[in-house]
Write a protein that binds this ligand. Structure first.
Ligand code: NI
Length: 171
């Protein structure tokens, strides 16, 4: 297991379309462990392989208070979406930036779990938001893509200003 660096916006690799996993080999299992370890180390609710510069279609999530209920979604698909909800979102790839995003209120998801078993579930609330956010990553989309141009520009301006102040000193 290893903590891997998380790609930071505007890294172009964040726009990569992830590819379905066809074989559950040791590489996939190692990736799952790295995703979980990196997510926990960064104190995130979810993390997609795309954010580690990996093209496999997989993300992990843990919404439990004690961070002891890891969920793994492999080749996830949203089968249906119902209603709308607005919730503030952030992203480990755009650190420090938060904005309200409108997404489906309830979703029906199908995926494979870490043992390759097919799972289907309905999710709502924060869980539904998190799944939609992470699945977006696998399609090269970021939460800022859901904002109006005005809100996105305002958020990115603040983000760039903050990033400029945290650049490493090179003396
Ligand atoms: Ni994210």
């Amino acid at each position: 297991m290893a903590i891997r660096p998380i790609l930071i916006y505007p890294d172009p690799r964040l726009r990569t379309q992830a590819q379905p996993i066809v074989a559950f080999d040791s590489t996939v299992h190692a990736l799952i462990e790295d995703l979980l370890e990196t997510m926990y180390a960064a104190d995130g609710l979810g993390l997609a392989a795309t954010q580690l510069g990996d093209k496999n279609r997989i993300f992990v999530m843990d919404l439990s208070d004690l961070k002891h209920q890891p969920q793994v979604f492999i080749n996830p698909v949203i089968l249906s979406r119902i209603g709308r909800q607005k919730r503030q979102e952030g992203c480990l790839s755009i650190p420090g930036a938060y904005e309200d995003v409108v997404r489906a209120a309830r979703i029906h998801v199908r995926a494979l779990d870490r043992s390759g078993q097919s799972i289907e579930q309905w999710s709502e609330g924060l869980e539904a938001v998190c799944i939609q956010h992470e699945l977006d990553h696998l399609d090269g989309r970021l939460f800022i893509d859901h904002l109006s141009v005005l809100k996105r520009e305002r958020l990115l301006k603040r983000f760039r200003a903050k990033q400029a102040t945290v650049l490493p000193v090179t003396t």
